[in-house]
Design a protein around this ligand. Structure first.
Ligand code: SF4
Ligand code: SF4
Length: 140
């Protein structure tokens, strides 16, 4: 029953991701990704979720967010970066060989990593196989 509930919620999450990425295809970002995943697993060992300062100031909101993300995605809180406003998680679905044990149902933060933002240059974890270049300047 719980599993069906989670899957149903995930269908809405995936639909949201589909529409967001559709919009990205129409309204292009300045930066594009080049390179490829080296399957190092770093982005599954440290998952950075951005919060607003106001959200982090509220203990209740922070606790509810952590509980929700743990329940729905299998994320486990590692620490809170209050200076830069991030909740930082690990994931119970990461396998010993750096594969995703929940690939089909993985959350949007995983599907969209490394995130290409409209307003700032993308950032990468150390050792990531991707990098960002300005659209139109990269060679395939
Ligand atoms: S950090 Fe980059 S190279 Fe490593 S698993 Fe994530 S996307 Fe792949
Ligand atoms: S759900 Fe899969 S891709 Fe996402 S953090 Fe966990 S192991 Fe990595």
């Amino acid at each position: 029953m719980i599993k069906i509930l989670k899957r149903t919620i995930m269908l809405f999450v995936l639909a949201d991701n589909f529409l967001t990425n559709l919009a990205r295809k129409i309204f292009k970002t300045r930066w594009v990704l080049t390179g490829k995943c080296r399957q190092c697993g770093s982005c599954c060992r440290e998952i950075y979720l951005k919060m607003t300062p106001g959200q982090l100031r509220s203990e209740l909101f922070t606790k509810l967010s952590v509980r929700w993300l743990s329940w729905l995605f299998g994320f486990k809180l590692i620490r809170i970066d209050r200076e830069n406003h991030y909740l930082i998680f690990s994931c119970e679905h990461l396998t010993a060989d750096n594969k995703c044990g929940n690939y089909f149902w993985r959350p949007n933060v995983c599907r969209n990593y490394p995130l290409v933002d409209y307003f700032k240059e993308p950032g990468f974890l150390p050792g990531c196989g991707f990098k960002a270049v300005i659209r139109g300047t990269h060679q395939r």
